[in-house]
Design a protein around this ligand. Structure first.
Ligand code: GTP
Ligand code: MG
Length: 421
């Protein structure tokens, strides 16, 4: 456990520079440092080795490991943390060679998630992710697991070390039980969701990289009191609130878990249920911390995640947040198709209002398929429908002109009298 509640644990952060990653090893270690601080630890130093690829045997090469040993001695650090997910062999060999606690990015993220999951669903998902991670390394490396688990505390939330000795069959059984329970929760949510859809309340989801300011915006707009913090992964559970726009229209706003580069796939899988809100959203608000020099990479990571959640084609409002902070010189982000692009400060009423207006406009523009019957003496309406909507079908009937057309909600309201259903 990194946060022991006693003295602060200090770690050497290590990374391999391949020259091919989108982020330099040093910048990636800055993020690892934030993760470590979020978990309650501290950086004692860092070491980067340029290599074609990490050594399959021990992550670093042998010579570098000697240097690392020396740095450990000099700093008196409690262990090392690798910036990549280590294989069981790398973990074991590195641990043996250094004779110290070895962690990796994945265990660190899992530890933070375990610390921060508060709802039943969040806890189930974290446990599921941990078990999957463990199962994937149980192929004959039981010894490694004990070593790793003994120090890491990722597992300490549960029954502790004895849990590590549980065999694969037990883990499989537990995974099945967790899945079942999660499915029940999901089913309940489905019921709520279909009720909502019947009432046609649109869902707007705040998405983005961790620490971008999603919860801050959510709280300012809804007075919800969700935890907002200058730490990574402050939010793990999706929170939703109803909100009335100035045109009187009601929406549901959802605050969601943030993304990060190299997010362990066990976690992404496990959090699919939580992120379903994103898949069902009518509109996404992509919040970007514009003061972050790696903002454009962060955007790409979020957009890739949207794609994998099946939400890649949804209408998006891009919000460059924190414009009160110094902005890095290179701000030209990637060119994603947006309904609107805003530059705001979440704390200021002006920015909040601008966002609400953009949401209103974007929702208004969304088209709904509708069927109408227009009396023959109202022929001018047919012309208007052709101009403002997109006509799918038109048929001259005895009692009037039948028309199937995609319309914005504003127009839908305007021509309500002629709706067939
Ligand atoms: N200066 C400044 N800080 C902001 C602004 N918006 C949010 N913050 C701060 O940024 C930090 C992160 O904000 P959160 O709202 O917790 O970020 P989040 O996107 O919900 O993060 P996760 O839940 O970790 O995904 C907090 O310390 C906020 O107070 C802003 O417009 N300007
Ligand atoms: Mg948050």
């Amino acid at each position: 456990m990194i946060d022991t509640g006693e003295e602060i644990r200090r770690y050497i952060l290590i990374a391999v520079e391949t020259g091919r990653a989108p982020l330099s090893a040093d910048a990636s270690l800055d993020e690892l440092r934030s993760l470590l601080e979020t978990a309650g630890g501290e950086e004692a130093g860092r070491m980067i080795q340029p290599l074609e690829a990490p050594s399959a045997r021990s992550y670093f090469g042998t010579g570098k490991i000697e240097e690392l040993k020396e740095l450990l001695r000099q700093t008196g650090a409690d262990g090392v943390i690798a910036d990549d997910e280590l294989t069981p062999a790398q973990l074991r060999n590195l641990g043996d060679l250094l004779d110290t606690q070895v962690l990796d990015r994945t265990t660190l993220i899992l530890e933070i998630f375990a610390m921060r999951a508060h709802t039943r669903e969040g806890q189930l998902q974290v446990e599921l992710a941990e078990l999957r991670y463990r199962l994937s390394r149980l192929s004959g490396f039981g010894a490694t697991m004990s070593r790793q688990g003994g120090g890491s505390g990722v597992h300490a939330r549960g029954a502790g070390e004895t849990k590590l000795e549980l065999d694969r069959r037990y883990i499989r059984g537990r995974i099945a039980a967790l899945r079942q329970e999660l499915e029940e929760i999901t089913a309940q949510r489905d019921i709520r969701r279909s009720r909502r859809q019947k009432n046609e309340v649109p869902m707007v989801a705040l998405v983005g990289y961790t620490n971008a300011g999603k919860s801050t915006i959510f709280n300012r707009l809804t007075q919800a009191g969700v935890l907002e913090e200058d730490k990574l992964f402050a939010t793990l559970d999706t929170t939703t609130r109803r909100l009335e726009l100035s045109n009187g229209r009601e929406i549901i706003l959802a605050d969601t878990v943030g993304f990060i580069q190299k997010l362990p796939h066990h976690l992404v899988d496990a959090f699919h249920a939580t992120l379903e809100e994103v898949a069902y959203a009518d509109l996404l608000v992509h919040v970007v911390d514009s003061s972050d020099p790696k903002a454009s990479l962060n955007m790409k990571i979020t957009m890739d995640a949207m794609q994998s959640l099946g939400a890649g084609d949804k209408p998006i409002i891009t919000v460059f947040n924190k414009n009160d902070l110094p902005q890095p010189t290179e701000t030209a982000g990637p060119d994603y198709l947006s309904e609107a692009i805003l530059h705001i400060c979440a704390y200021e009423a002006e920015g909040q209002q601008a966002l609400l207006t953009a949401v209103e406009t974007a929702l208004d523009k969304q088209m709904h398929p509708s069927e109408m019957l227009i009396p023959y003496d109202k022929g001018s309406i047919i012309n208007l429908l052709h101009e403002n909507g997109s006509v799918i079908e038109e048929e001259y009937r005895e009692d009037g002109i039948y028309i199937k057309v995609q319309l914005s909600s504003t127009d839908l309201g305007r021509y309500q009298a002629y709706l067939l259903k």
